[in-house]
Design a protein around this ligand. Structure first.
Ligand code: PEP
Length: 246
């Protein structure tokens, strides 16, 4: 199996104003040299036009959430077409923070992923177990059930991010073997859904990834990159992660 190109996807969460985002992008442009990984910044939607203007060429941008609807009377929502219009390539859907704080279900996540695809975006669909599930040793069936629900009716232009909730923002990272265990299970499930195309789809790991652990995690045969929260905010860490993947 030829590994798909590694994706280093940054999730800024609710951080950085448009001015701060542009300053970050200028700083990155001054210190970044392209490696083997594709770099994409998932920023607050309002930051995207300035980022797109300022980031070095070839760095992609994306949103952190979208509406499950195409357009219309949905106050406060952002559509796939709006993100696409400001240059987004990707959108994160089903992040554990959206599932936990906004009650997002697998069905809603799937509707968002379908809408992303109809609007020309690649959804990054997040799945992963909480600590209680991990302690019961049920991480594989739990995560696969969540994955199947979140991919209902979703086409093959998709990235999956395995993010164990207990490792997000906690400093507690899954081992490279834990990440690979789930990446293998996820790829098998993707093969059931999409056939051989699944070998070329990207399965990311997310959860306290930083410059000193990214290389060993991404070296796993079925892990094709990382979704990074905390360590995405400082340019030096992003350059460090990008360099570690060279
Ligand atoms: C995330 O927000 O998707 C994430 C993985 O965060 P962190 O890297 O801070 O654990």
């Amino acid at each position: 199996m030829t590994k798909p190109r590694t994706l280093l996807a940054l999730n800024w969460k609710m951080n950085k104003t448009p001015t701060e985002a542009k300053n970050w992008a200028r700083e990155l442009a001054g210190s970044f040299t392209r490696g083997t990984a594709e770099l994409a910044v998932m920023a607050p939607a309002i930051d995207l036009p300035g980022l797109k203007e300022t980031l070095p060429g070839g760095v992609d941008v994306g949103g952190q959430d979208i509406s499950p609807h195409e357009s219309g009377a949905y106050t406060g929502e952002i559509s796939a077409a709006m993100l696409r219009d400001v240059g987004a390539t990707y959108v994160v859907v089903g992040h554990s923070e959206r599932r936990e704080y906004h009650g997002e279900t697998d069905a809603l996540v799937a509707a968002k992923a379908r809408q992303a695809q109809s609007g020309g975006l690649t959804p990054i669909v997040c799945v992963g177990e909480g600590l209680d599930v991990r302690e019961r040793g049920e991480q594989v069936p739990y995560t696969l059930a969540q994955l199947r629900g979140s991919l209902e009716g979703v086409g093959e232009n998709v990235v999956v991010a395995y993010e164990p909730v207990w490792a997000i923002g906690t400093g507690r990272t899954a081992t490279a073997d834990d990440a690979e265990e789930l990446a293998v299970a996820i790829r098998d499930a993707l093969r059931e859904l999409y056939g051989d195309v699944a070998d070329g789809l990207r399965v990311l790991y997310g959860g306290s990834v930083k410059p000193d652990n990214i290389a060993s995690i991404c070296a796993q045969p079925n892990v094709n990159g990382a979704l990074v929260g905390g360590a995405s905010l400082k340019v030096a860490d992003v350059v460090g992660m990008n360099d570690a993947l060279k």
